[in-house]
Ligand binder design. Structure first.
Ligand code: SAH
Ligand code: SF4
Ligand code: F3S
Length: 444
């Protein structure tokens, strides 16, 4: 139990992917359950935690630059607790305590449930702690606050930890450990807890949700889990991320036909259009197989939204390999694409590979690819003009002048309304499509 007399406000800065968002929420929920309050201002906080990502070098730089700023705060108010969690914390462990004397706490990716006792030791015994046991299982067995998610319309829910795929460029399997599926009962229980607090849309998270396997003999697979979650009354939408193309099953594709609450959108990273590079990446599928999966999804519904991740400038990527990636983008017409320059990660296979490309070449390829994708995104969005979409309204538009929500295909749509429709599911007719959003009118 944390001595809340000594600690009132906590501040968490979250970087990286939805897994980190989920972990920050979990820690927030534990802390609030113990009486702490959240603040948006690190200057006011008694506890500061930076939740870090290390997927690319840029993520490292961002985290250490923020740490620098938080260390300045700690130097002014030495009685506050400064912690680092997430993937850098897992990777670097105790070394961080040595390097940064101001740091009190390093929490690995599987240690979040132990935060209370760690804080207790820091506040009451003056210890400095690094907890990074990657072999821990059952890491979600802790008590959530009864009200932490109140007021939220959408939330994430982790269904499995870790990754066994070892794509040659990727650090994630090293910092998140081996795959571990959560028991179905626990997930359903947590989903119900979210819905009870008002959540209408849940995104199920895993590095590779297709390999979800739980229960006796691993009998409960992902499509069954989806069906059971869909039965929760009051839950309107289900999404999930991420899927690996190598084990996207027919059952999962069929789930999009059978489960009405399942949004018509899949994030399906392809990484490269060249089979030679895919092999070097250890992705275990070809560009042809990838395209077949996409056509199966778009056969269900031509409007089915496919988003993806791609890496440019993988070691040894030739002009011809890169052209194959562009060809695939041309053919598939992704609804949206997250594109990255290859970044060396120490300890991965790719970091040892020959024929690294220079930064200028990678940057130039990235620009070519992004320009092409912008055309495709706009094209896909334009096809929605004149159509009516079901929208979950989640707030106001960026300018604050209109209401804003997401279509089932996860596109942002802004529109006017005379009454407050935040949290509602409404029908909106699309009038104009842009690259980053749609504009429409509310239908009564
Ligand atoms: N588990 C998910 C996401 C992993 S990280 C998946 O498998 O799809 C998110 C994305 O970051 C990856 O899809 C990949 O495109 C990118 N990425 C991972 N490692 C990278 C590296 N070393 N350099 C550049 N991009 C990388
Ligand atoms: Fe990384 Fe590949 Fe695992 Fe995704 S599937 S987290 S890219 S190793
Ligand atoms: Fe980054 Fe860790 Fe996610 S490395 S992308 S925060 S799993």
């Amino acid at each position: 139990m944390i001595n809340t007399k000594k600690m009132k406000y906590y501040y968490i800065a979250t970087m990286g992917c939805q897994m980190n968002e989920y972990d920050s929420d979990s820690i927030g929920s534990i802390l609030q359950g113990q009486g702490l309050l959240s603040t948006e201002s690190p200057d006011k906080a008694d506890l500061i935690i930076i939740n870090t990502c290390t997927v690319r070098e840029k993520a490292d730089q961002k985290a250490f630059s923020l740490l620098g700023r938080m260390i300045i705060i700690k130097k002014k108010r030495s009685n506050i607790v400064l912690g680092m969690m997430g993937c850098i914390a897992q990777q670097e462990g105790r070394a961080l305590l040595k390097k940064f004397p101001e740091l009190d706490l390093v929490i690995g990716t599987r240690e979040k449930g132990n935060i209370s006792s760690m804080l207790d030791r820091i506040v009451n015994n003056g210890e400095r702690i690094a907890a990074t046991d990657i072999s821990l299982t059952s890491i979600h067995n802790f008590k959530h606050s009864e009200v932490f998610f109140k007021g939220r319309i959408k939330s994430n829910l982790s269904i499995m930890e870790g990754c066994n795929n070892f794509c040659s460029y990727c650090i994630v399997p090293y910092v998140r450990g081996r795959e571990e599926s959560r028991p179905q009962e626990d997930i359903v229980k947590e989903a119900k807890m979210l819905v009870k607090q008002g959540v209408k849309e849940i995104t199920l998270l895993g590095q590779n949700v297709n390999s979800y396997s739980a229960g006796k003999g691993g009998k409960v697979k992902f499509p069954e889990l989806l069906k059971n979650i869909a039965e929760i009354e009051g839950l309107h939408r289900i999404r999930f991320t991420t899927s690996h193309p190598k084990d996207l099953s027919d059952d999962l594709i069929n789930a999009f036909i059978e489960i009405e609450k399942l949004c018509q959108h899949m994030h399906l990273p392809f990484q490269s259009g060249s089979d030679r590079i895919l092999k070097l990446m250890n992705r275990k599928y070809t560009s042809k197989e990838y395209m077949r999966l996409v056509s199966m999804l778009r056969d269900i519904n031509p409007g089915f939204s496919i988003t993806s991740d791609v890496i440019v400038g993988f070691p040894g990527e030739s002009e011809d390999d890169f052209k194959k990636t562009l060809d695939l983008i041309e053919k598939i017409e992704f609804d949206n694409l997250f594109s990255f320059k290859y970044s060396d990660r120490k300890g991965t296979k790719a970091a040892e590979m020959p024929d690294k490309l220079d930064e200028t070449e990678k940057a130039s390829r990235l620009k070519t690819l992004q320009d092409l994708q912008k055309e495709k995104t706009l094209l896909r969005n334009k096809r929605l003009e004149g159509k009516t979409e079901e929208v979950l309204v989640d707030g106001l538009s960026k300018l604050g002048t209109q209401y804003s929500g997401r279509t089932g295909t996860n596109k942002i749509i802004n529109f006017n309304s005379d009454t407050n429709v935040i949290g509602d599911i409404v029908k909106v007719k699309v009038n104009r499509a842009f690259i980053n959003s749609l504009n429409g009118e509310l239908l009564i």
